[in-house]
Write a protein that binds this ligand. Structure first.
Ligand SMILES: *[C@@H]1O[C@H](CO)[C@@H](O)[C@H](O)[C@H]1NC(C)=O
Ligand SMILES: *[C@@H]1O[C@H](CO)[C@@H](O)[C@H](O)[C@H]1NC(C)=O
Length: 278
């Protein structure tokens, strides 16, 4: 009897975990990030505020920030918290310092985009954005750089594999092999049930299957990352088939603050210059 109710309890908790994991994996609801999105004009940037329609009927908010002097558009793939407004200080830097055009969008269920996040949905969103860029006269005239941290890195790897011909470089920061492999590190108690995680993001296999060894990759790894175990970045680097890949580690960088570590922008600038993107 005791055993039976313990079993019921455990199945109920696992059931809840199964049903509610999207809220954990995609905390788009946190920090009021669904209510308010800063706009590029607040940073003195020119932009167009777009609503891109996905094949399954969602509307995605995107900021198209064009720099008349750019060689490349940098497509920003956001992490799983916050919204595109949070990234605008970096967009400003990329625009002013590197003279790049910047394209940002909110995944479904984030910021002012409609719907609810899921792996399948976010992949449709990514497809929608690539389709938009492929049909834009301006962006067609530009090279394309993918730039993603954490969940954004998983989106970047997905795009680099699927739209290899459209991409000219990929910058990955503190991203993971798969969500299943992150679980034991963040939630040790759940390590035996990580198979129940239906949000997978299998970057480990996706990255191996990128069919262009000339596509340059830059890996930026914070060694104090408390969310993604640092060996994940090392292994992604190893699996990446590119002949032009570079791995740079930041000993003091944690999951969210690697970007402010000394030398970060020096490395990014060198990479973009080396590949004629700025
Ligand atoms: C583009 O270059 C021209 C000539 O150097 C300069 O006057 C203009 O301000 C630049 N535009 C931007 C957005 O940087
Ligand atoms: C860092 O990012 C995670 C998710 O990516 C978020 O939950 C957390 O609040 C952030 N922490 C800080 C200090 O910004």
């Amino acid at each position: 009897m005791v055993f039976a109710s313990a079993t019921v309890l455990v199945s109920a908790s696992l059931g809840a975990l199964y049903l509610y994991q999207n809220k954990l994996v995609y905390p788009s609801w946190a920090q009021g990030a669904r209510d308010r999105v800063d706009t590029p004009d607040m940073y003195g940037l020119p932009y167009e505020d777009l609503r891109l329609k996905t094949s399954d009927g969602e509307l995605l908010e995107a900021f198209d920030i064009r720099n008349e002097n750019s060689t490349a558009t940098i497509l920003v793939l956001c992490p799983n918290a916050g919204n595109i407004g949070y990234f605008l200080p970096v967009a400003k830097f990329l625009y002013d310092e590197f003279k790049m055009s910047v394209f940002l969008y909110s995944y479904r269920g984030y910021g002012l985009s409609t719907g609810f996040p899921s792996e399948m949905g976010l992949k449709i969103d990514a497809d929608t954005v690539m389709d938009h860029l492929a049909h834009s006269e301006f962006h067609k005239s530009q090279k394309l750089v993918l730039y993603g941290r954490s969940l954004g890195g998983a989106n970047s790897i997905y795009l680099a594999r699927k739209y290899t011909d459209m991409c000219d470089a990929v910058i990955l920061e503190n991203t993971f092999l798969s969500i299943r492999k992150v679980i034991p590190y963040v939630f040790p108690l759940l390590k035996h049930v990580s198979f129940m995680c239906h949000e997978v993001w299998d970057s480990e296999h996706e990255i191996e299957n990128i069919q262009d060894e000339n596509l340059p990759f830059l890996f930026l790894a914070g060694l104090r990352d408390e969310i993604v175990p640092p060996p994940h970045m090392r292994l992604l680097y190893k699996l990446c088939p590119s002949r032009f890949k570079r791995f740079v580690e930041f000993p003091l960088g944690s999951h969210n603050d690697t970007i402010i570590q000394d030398g970060y922008w020096v490395v990014v600038r060198e990479f973009l210059q080396k590949h004629n993107l700025i």
